[in-house]
Design a protein around this ligand. Sequence first.
Ligand SMILES: N[C@@H](CCC(=O)N[C@@H](CS)C(=O)NCC(=O)O)C(=O)O
Length: 220
Amino acid sequence: MAMAAAAGPDRLYICYFCPFAQRAWVTRNFKGLQDKIKLVAIDLQDKPAWYKEKVYPQGTVPSLEHGNEVRGESLDLIRYIDCNFDGPALLPEDAAKRQFADELIAYADAFTKALYSPLMSHADVSDEVVAALDKLEAALSKFNDGPFFLGQFSLADIAYVTILERVQIYYSHLRTYDIAKGRPNLEKFVDEMNKIEAYTLTKNDPLFLLDLAKNHLKIA
Ligand SMILES: N[C@@H](CCC(=O)N[C@@H](CS)C(=O)NCC(=O)O)C(=O)O
C-alpha cells in the first residue's frame, strides 16, 4: 500500500482492456459507486511517469486511491471495494459459500496461468487447460443453485468472468476450441453474465481483444 500525494475524490486507475482492472471496474459498477469512485484511464503503451511516481509505485493497473491510501492487486481490491463501500454485498452470508468464495478467488491466478500458458508458448490445448475448465464447470454446480458460483452474483464470478471473456475468444480463434462446448454450466454462466450491465458496460470488442493478443503473440 502506498500513500497518495493528497487526499481527493476516490479514483480507480484502470486500462480499458486489462482483465485485472476490469474486475475492479465491474465491482465498482455493480455496487453503484459510479459517482463515488472516478475512473482514471492509464495508457499502458505510453504510461505517464506520474502514475508510478505519485500514485502507485508498482506501476500496474488496477489501483484504487481511497482517501489518502492507494491499493492494488485486483483480487484484493475487489474484496476491499466490497467491504469498504456502500452498495449490494458481493459475498453471501452463508459460511460454506464464503469459504468456497475464498477458494475460488485463491485459484483465479492459477486458472489464468493455466489458460494463458499454452497460448503464450504457441502450444496446443493441454490437459492442464481441460482440467482447469472442468474444475470451473464442477465448481459452478457445487451448490446446485447456478448460474453463478454461489447462488448469487458475487466476487467469485467477477474474479473469473474477465478472464473467461478473453480465453473464450482466444481459444475459439487461435485453437478452434470452444471452451464452453460440453460444459453447460460454463455456457449458462457466460450467458447470464452477459445480462449484467455492470459487466457488459466494461466489455471490449472481441475482435479488438483478439488483435491485441495476436500482436502480443506476434502472430498475423
Ligand atoms: N496481479 C495484478 C496484475 C495487474 C497487471 O498485470 N496489469 C497489467 C495490465 S493488464 C499492467 O498494469 N501492466 C503494467 C504495464 O503494462 O506497464 C492484478 O491482479 O491486479
